[in-house]
Write a protein that binds this ligand. Structure first.
Ligand SMILES: Cc1cc2nc3c(=O)[nH]c(=O)nc-3n(C[C@H](O)[C@H](O)[C@H](O)COP(=O)(O)OP(=O)(O)OC[C@H]3O[C@@H](n4cnc5c(N)ncnc54)[C@H](O)[C@@H]3O)c2cc1C
Length: 501
C-alpha cells in the first residue's frame, strides 16, 4: 500500500467510484475488500489512521460470545461462530485457535458451565473447532498453574479464536488494495454531495497531511464509521436522530508471569455480572473488559480509575499472585457503538448484532456488530449498496477469499529495538514502506503493538522509530521532534496508572 500513489489515483480520477467507504476500521475495510473482490471500483477514506477507532481496542477474540449465549442471543452466537470458522480458514496467519478454561469453585458451577459450553459447541455445529469438556481440579491447575486453588473443584475447557486486531485489519486492507481498492488514511470526509434529486453522488474530504481538499464522485457511499456514524449521517440529513449510544470497555496488559500458560482464563461472572478474560497475547497477559456507559464517542478514550480498579480486583480474586497498579504495562480503552432505537429510516435488521440504515439520500450506514462478524457486515452493506445504486449484481466471494499476510510473530530477524518488545528495525521499515504508517503512533500502536503491550518501552524507542521514519519518508528534525513529543503525550495515558503506586 502506497499512500502517495493512492492519493494520486484519487486526484486523477474523473469517473464516479462504484462505492466510496467512509471509515477504516474493521467494517470499512471489510466493505472495501468485499466490493473490490466483486469487481467494483472502491475508495476507502479514514480520517485518522486505519484502526484508530474501536478496531484496535478489542479483546482480540474471534468468538461466538459466551456472554451473548447467556443472554439467549442465539442468532448472533450462531452467526459469529460461522464467521469464526471462516476467519480461521481465510486468515490462519493472524487468527488462531485458543483454549480457555472456566474455573469452577462448586460442583454446581461445573455442571452449569459444562452444559453451557456444550450448547456453545452445538450452536457451532459443523463449524466447531474442538469439543468442550469438564476437567478435574488437577487438570485445571495443569492448564492454569497460577490459578487460586482454594475451594477449586475443577473447570470447563473450551476453544475459541484469538487474533491481533490491527494486524488483521492491515491485511484485509492490503488484500483489498491488491484487488484494486484504493485506501487512504488521514483523509477525513467533511461533506456529502447530492444531485438535483437529493441523492448522494459524491463527497468531499481533506488530506490530513497537507490540508488539501478533494471532491470525488460516487454511485454509492457507505458510512462505516462505527461509533462516529451519527455526525456522518447528519452530513446527509442535518435533522437525523442519533442511532447509536456508547459503552466503553478497557483492558490492562501485564507481564505473562501472572498467567504463565497457553490456556486463557475465562471468568464467567464478575461482581457486576459480566465476563472477564485473562488471555495470553504476544507473550503478555491481556485482561478485560469493562462495560461503562459513556455519553460521547471519542477517538482516544481514556480509562476511568474505577474501571482499572475493577479489573485489578477481579483478576486478583482468581490469580494466586495478584497484579497491582504498578504491574500494569499498558491500559487502553475502546468505545462500542450500540444500536439505540429503531427509527423510520431503518430498512432492515440483518441480525441482532448489527444494523443497516439507508436514508432518503441513499447513504448507507452500517454499525454495531463485532470484529468477528466484520465480513458478514460488509457483505450485507455491499449487497445493499448494489441494490440502492443499481450496480450490476455480483455475489460476495469473501467467505472463500484468503487474506494476504505474513505471520508477524514469525519474523525474528534483526536486532530488537527494546529488550521488552519483539520488534526490530525491519518491522518499522516494513510498516512505512508497505503498510502506509505515517506517524510514530501508527507504527508503535497499530503496525506493531508496542504501545498496547508496554507503553513505557514504546516511549523509550519512540526517538529511534522517529529517526527511522524520517529517513524513510524524507522528514526533517522538526518533524522528528514533533512526532516524539506527540507520541509521548499520547503514550503517557497508556502508562498512566498510579493510584497506589
Ligand atoms: C472494549 C471492546 C472490546 C471488544 N472486543 C471484541 C472482541 O474480542 N471480539 C469481537 O469480535 N469484537 C469485539 N469488540 C467489537 C469490535 O471491536 C467492534 O465491533 C469493531 O471494531 C467496530 O469496527 P468499526 O469499523 O465498525 O468501527 P471503528 O473501528 O471505530 O472504525 C470507524 C472508523 O471511522 C473513522 N471515521 C469517523 N469519522 C470519519 C470521517 N468523517 N471520515 C473518515 N473516517 C471517519 C474513525 O476514525 C474510525 O477509524 C470489542 C469492542 C470493544 C469496545
Amino acid at each position: 500500500m502506497d499512500r502517495n500513489k493512492n492519493l494520486q489515483i484519487v486526484a486523477e480520477r474523473t469517473q464516479p467510484w462504484d462505492i466510496v467507504v467512509i471509515g477504516g476500521g474493521a467494517t470499512g475495510a471489510g466493505c472495501a475488500l468485499d466490493a473490490a473482490s466483486r469487481g467494483l471500483s472502491v475508495l476507502l477514506l479514514e480520517q485518522h489512521d486505519f484502526g484508530k477507532g474501536t478496531s484496535s481496542r478489542s479483546t482480540k477474540l474471534i468468538h461466538g460470545g459466551v456472554r451473548y449465549l447467556r443472554q439467549g442471543n442465539i442468532s448472533l452466537v450462531r452467526e459469529a461462530l460461522r464467521e469464526r470458522s471462516i476467519l480461521l480458514k481465510n486468515a490462519p496467519h493472524v487468527v488462531h485457535k485458543q483454549s480457555f478454561v472456566i474455573p469452577c469453585y462448586s460442583y454446581w458451577q461445573k455442571a452449569f458451565y459444562g452444559l453451557g459450553m456444550k450448547i456453545y459447541d452445538l450452536l457451532a455445529s459443523r463449524h466447531n473447532i474442538g469439543a468442550s469438556h469438564i476437567i478435574s481440579r488437577e487438570e485445571t491447575l495443569r492448564h492454569l498453574p497460577s490459578l487460586k486453588q482454594q475451594n477449586l473443584r475443577g473447570g470447563v475447557l473450551y476453544y475459541d479464536g484469538q487474533f491481533d486486531d490491527t494486524r488483521l485489519l492491515i491485511d484485509i486492507l492490503r488484500t483489498a488494495n491488491m484487488r484494486g481498492a484504493v485506501v487512504l488514511n488521514y483523509a477525513r470526509v467533511i461533506s456529502l454531495t447530492k444531485d438535483a434529486e437529493g441523492k448522494i453522488c459524491g463527497l468531499g474530504f481533506e488530506d490530513g497531511e497537507t490540508g488539501q481538499k478533494f471532491s470525488v464522485y460516487a454511485n454509492c457511499v457507505i458510512n462505516a464509521t462505527g461509533a462516529f456514524c451519527d455526525p456522518v449521517r447528519r452530513m446527509s440529513d442535518a435533522s437525523a436522530e442519533s442511532i447509536v449510544t456508547f459503552a466503553q470497555g478497557i483492558h490492562l496488559v501485564f507481564d505473562r508471569k501472572f498467567l504463565p500458560s497457553d490456556a486463557a482464563l475465562m471468568i464467567p461472572k464478575t461482581s457486576d455480572g459480566r465476563v472477564l478474560f485473562c488471555i495470553p497475547w504476544h507473550d503478555h497477559l491481556l485482561v478485560g473488559t469493562t462495560d461503562t456507559a459513556v455519553n460521547k464517542a471519542e477517538i482516544e478514550p481514556g480509562a476511568l480509575e474505577s474501571e482499572i480498579d475493577f479489573i485489578i480486583e477481579t483478576a486478583g480474586v482468581y490469580l494466586a499472585s495478584k497484579p497491582t497498579r504498578s504491574d500494569i504495562l499498558s491500559v487502553f480503552a475502546g468505545i462500542r457503538p450500540l444500536i439505540k432505537s429503531t427509527s423510520n429510516t431503518k430498512t432492515s435488521s440483518i441480525s441482532r448484532g448489527h444494523d443497516l440504515f439507508v436514508d432518503a439520500s441513499g447513504l448507507i450506514t452500517i454499525t454495531g456488530g463485532k470484529w468477528t462478524t466484520y465480513r458478514r457486515m460488509a457483505e450485507d452493506a455491499v449487497d445493499r449498496a448494489v441494490e440502492v445504486s443499481g450496480l450490476e449484481l455480483r455475489r460476495s466471494i469473501t467467505d472463500d477469499l484468503p487474506i494476504a499476510g505474513d505471520d508477524a510473530d514469525a519474523t525474528d530477524d534483526g536486532e530488537q529495538l527494546h529488550p521488552d518488545l519483539p520488534y526490530t528495525r525491519e518491522d518499522i521499515v516494513k510498516a512505512i514502506r508497505e503498510e502506509m504508517a505515517r506517524t510514530v503512533e501508527d507504527v508503535l500502536a497499530r503496525r506493531t503493538r508496542a504501545l498496547f503491550l508496554n507503553a513505557r518501552a514504546a516511549i523509550e524507542i519512540s526517538p529511534q522509530v522517529a529517526g527511522i521514519m524520517a529517513e524513510e519518508l524524507g522528514r526533517d528534525q522538526n518533524w522528528i521532534d514533533n512526532e516524539i513529543a506527540t507520541f509521548k503525550n499520547l503514550a503517557s495515558s497508556y502508562s498512566r496508572p498510579s493510584r497506589n503506586s
